[in-house]
Design a binder for this molecule. Structure first.
Ligand SMILES: Cc1ncc(COP(=O)(O)O)c(C=O)c1O
Length: 415
């Protein structure tokens, strides 16, 4: 039989039937601890030999089922779920970085990721910011102490897309793992392996949660990274069962020690969200496409940012990376912060809120919110412009969304 397609895979994975009561979805195991009939069986479970759960900070049936669904969606070798996208990013770097190591990264990052990278200096980890649009800069920045390259698949809110296959060829030849935050475009619209990505981090708070039902994150390990030059991972004994060194370290040390695990309730809601991801993404991204095209060239709009537009400098690479549209986030540059504020205050359908890919459409001025604690130099390095409004397109009628923007541009920005 033909390999099942995306939505079939995510719906049919992660729940070993039959449930005792014939439930159609996995019931929520909201307990902290699991009991055992005798001492040897709990000892075997702690040795990882029986696959049984012992304690929900270590593993839980709902979290394991969610991880299996994400594996089916992404094609990854293994997946570790945490309680936010930032927990995924911080746990991953706690596992692979060490004093004296460096990370080579694009500076065009979500604000908290940028801020976290700054804080790594206190632990002796250097973050070398390079223009990821110029692979030569990446090649020049890496050395034998580089533990990873990091960038976002579509930068938030800069809307840039880098030539990841070309970058990956350079990095893999030098034994440097390619770690990409793929939050902005889900797997039904791109193939991470074709892009040359070794490890993904994703905020499941966004598309996957099924309507902003709670925060969550995943570390998605494709098992392709070369860890032989990483002093911490190379020093580990060979993990059992063909698991990668990274996933083994995360599961047996980093994630359980730091304790930022996904809760069973979040795993259950995000599993449901994953089941409807493709239909929601197709609708949201089609609306973003229509809105970006409609407002490009509008007399009150300086620039529209969306990598699917013919005018985008990233259109060619976006066309090769993505099998669907490049996300449901777009930006409008309106000339000044004051214009952005007046425009946003005139909106009635769009919600002023800081999140992405909720069922409702959201709008925010990143410079005065997400990046408000940054110095002007940090904002400049991250490419944050003061006249930019970021839109996350939801599931409302696209005509209503367009009319609301049109009305606010006409009435709030007149002369
Ligand atoms: C690209 C990107 N990565 C990571 C995060 C962090 O995710 P979370 O809010 O789930 O911690 C966000 C949040 O907006 C994001 O946009």
């Amino acid at each position: 039989m033909k390999e099942p397609q995306f939505s079939t895979r995510v719906i049919d994975t992660g729940f070993a039937r039959p449930d005792a009561h014939g439930a159609t979805a996995l019931p929520v195991y909201r307990n902290a601890a699991f009991e055992f009939p005798d001492s040897e069986s709990i000892a075997a479970a702690f040795r990882g030999e029986s696959g049984r759960h012992t304690y929900s900070r270590i593993s839980n049936p709902n979290v394991t089922a969610f991880e299996a669904k994400v594996r089916a969606a992404s094609g990854a070798e293994s997946v570790v779920a945490l309680n936010s996208g930032m927990a995924a990013i911080t746990n991953l770097f706690f596992a692979i970085a060490s004093a004296g190591a460096n990370i080579v990264s694009s500076p065009r990052l979500f604000g908290n990721t940028f801020s976290f990278f700054r804080s790594l200096a206190a632990f002796g980890v250097e973050v070398r910011m390079v223009d990821a649009g110029d692979p030569a800069q990446i090649a020049a920045a890496i050395d034998e102490r580089t533990c990873a390259f990091f960038a976002e698949l579509v930068t938030n809110p800069g809307m840039e897309v880098f030539d990841l296959p070309a970058i990956s060829r350079i990095l893999r030849a030098r034994g440097v793992p390619v770690i990409i935050d793929t939050t902005i475009v889900p797997w039904c619209a791109f193939d991470p392996r074709k892009a040359g990505i070794d490890v993904e981090v994703v905020s499941t708070t966004k598309y996957i949660s099924g309507g902003a039902t709670g925060t969550g994150g995943v570390i998605v390990d494709h098992g392709t990274a070369d860890w032989s030059r990483n002093p911490r991972l190379a020093a580990m004994p060979e993990p059992p069962g063909g698991v990668s060194r990274l996933t083994h370290k995360l599961r047996t040390e980093t994630v359980r020690n730091l304790g930022a695990v996904m809760t069973p309730d979040t795993a259950a809601t995000h599993s449901l969200g994953l089941e409807t991801l493709q239909v929601r993404f197709e609708r949201m991204s089609a609306s973003a496409d229509a809105l970006a095209r409609r407002f490009e060239g509008h007399p009150r709009v300086v620039r529209v940012g969306w990598p699917g537009l013919d005018s985008s400098p990233c259109k060619t690479i976006a066309d090769t990376l993505f099998t669907g549209r490049p996300g449901a986030m777009f930006t409008l540059s309106l000339g000044s912060r004051e214009a952005c504020f007046r425009f946003m205050d005139a909106l009635g359908v769009w919600h002023r809120a800081t999140n992405l890919f909720d069922n409702r459409s959201l709008v925010i001025h990143p410079s005065s919110t997400i990046y408000s604690t940054f110095t002007p130099e940090m904002r400049a390095e991250a490419g944050i412009e003061d006249d930019l409004v970021r839109f996350s397109t939801g599931l409302e009628d696209v005509g209503d969304l367009a009319a609301d923007i049109e009305n606010a541009l006409e009435n709030a920005l007149q002369k």
